[in-house]
Design a protein around this ligand. Structure first.
Ligand code: KG4
Ligand code: ZN
Length: 337
């Protein structure tokens, strides 16, 4: 059977079609069309929610046509529609949710509501069909920095989270302070390649748990930039910042894995595209005898293939609806999935 999935939580309009074989639980990506709005938001130095919603409305029709034509599948052959219902920009989410409801109503097929982060985690199953729960997921994106225990395909427990900025947000802010473009993560990472780790930046640790805090390191970058002005060594600052956050993220995750005796860690979310973080996790994984799973680059940032994969896990458990009152939610706890 064919399952269609929709992602519109931020600045990517994406529709995917996956073929799902119920008998053996296998699935295959037939199409994963992504229309990015990055070039439009770049001019504003960040995502403008109202513009994002309008762009989703403008693009979602042709994104569907292209996905169907790439997959060589007719709309009437789709058996269920998965859609990101949250968390994210509510106006942007509503475009995808309304579109999904229209398809479900027209074809009289089930709707599968998907948590965006469950989608990011599922990106790992697309890349590594051999990966099976239980494992730990280090989820790092523009809105999240979570360490999540994935005890089953649809069962999640948050073991640590950021108390202030998400790490992707910190990358974006550091890029802005240094006068680099948006989104900041890839720009900081590019610059860091020519830099040395010379700036001493703080690492925050809490006694009671492995929560993160990235506002201290972000403020330290800002203060040094203000003090050094034209003498600031931008490439060195990017390298120092990238090392700092990669080490903190990986240290906390490995510590939890060791305490809980978990032998597999998967990386997820937009910041998982960061090469330094990928290397740090692989190195520390090897040292501690823990298997590390990294999503392919095309599944790191927002895309509908990962949302559809997460939707398939809920669909096969019978966890779906035909209720057209389904709504988008700006915030949503993954533990209540
Ligand atoms: O998952 P995502 O596409 O959207 C959200 O769900 O938030 O993540 C976007 C975030 C942005 O903050 C962006 O700067 C960051 O991921 N990002 C990176 C890299 N590529 C994207 N951060 C560090 N290094 C990268 N290569
Ligand atoms: Zn995302």
């Amino acid at each position: 059977m064919y399952i269609l999935g929709i992602e519109s939580s931020c600045d990517e309009t994406s529709i995917a079609i996956l073929e799902f074989e119920k008998e053996n639980n296998n699935f295959k990506v037939l199409a994963n069309t992504v229309s990015s709005q990055i070039d439009i938001h770049k001019a504003f130095g960040g995502v403008v929610p109202e513009i994002a919603s309008r762009q989703h409305v403008k693009n979602i029709g042709w994104v569907l046509d292209e996905a169907l034509s790439t997959a060589n599948v007719k709309l009437e052959d789709i058996s269920a529609v998965a859609v990101t219902v949250g968390p994210g920009l509510v106006g942007a989410l509503l475009v995808g949710v309304s579109f999904a409801k229209a398809i479900a109503y027209a074809l009289d097929i089930p709707l599968v509501p998907v948590h965006h982060i469950a989608g990011h985690i599922a990106a790992n199953y697309l890349t590594h069909p051999n990966l099976k729960p239980p494992f730990l997921a280090l989820v790092v994106s523009g809105g999240h920095s979570h360490i999540i225990e994935v005890s089953d395909y649809t069962k999640f427990k948050i073991l640590a989270k950021t108390r202030d900025d998400a790490v992707g947000e910190a990358f974006d802010k550091v890029a802005r302070v240094l006068g680099l473009g948006y989104p900041g993560g890839p720009e900081v990472s590019k610059m860091a390649k020519d830099g040395q780790d010379i700036y001493k930046l703080p690492k925050t640790k809490f006694e009671e748990n492995y929560d993160f805090s990235f506002s201290g390191v972000k403020t330290a970058v800002l203060n040094i930039a203000n003090k050094e002005k034209d003498n600031l060594r931008k490439a060195d600052m990017c390298r120092s910042f990238e090392n700092n956050v990669a080490e903190v993220l990986v240290d906390h995750t490995i510590a939890i894995a060791k305490e809980k005796g978990i032998k597999q860690i998967a990386l997820a979310g937009g910041v998982s595209a960061n090469t330094r973080l990928r290397e740090e996790l692989q190195t520390k994984g090897k040292e501690n005898n823990i298997d590390i799973y990294l999503p392919e680059m095309k599944y790191c940032t927002d895309n509908a293939a990962m949302i559809t994969a997460a939707g398939i896990f809920k669909f096969r458990e019978g966890n779906y609806t035909k209720d057209l009152s389904l709504n988008a939610k700006a915030s949503m706890n993954i533990e209540n999935e």
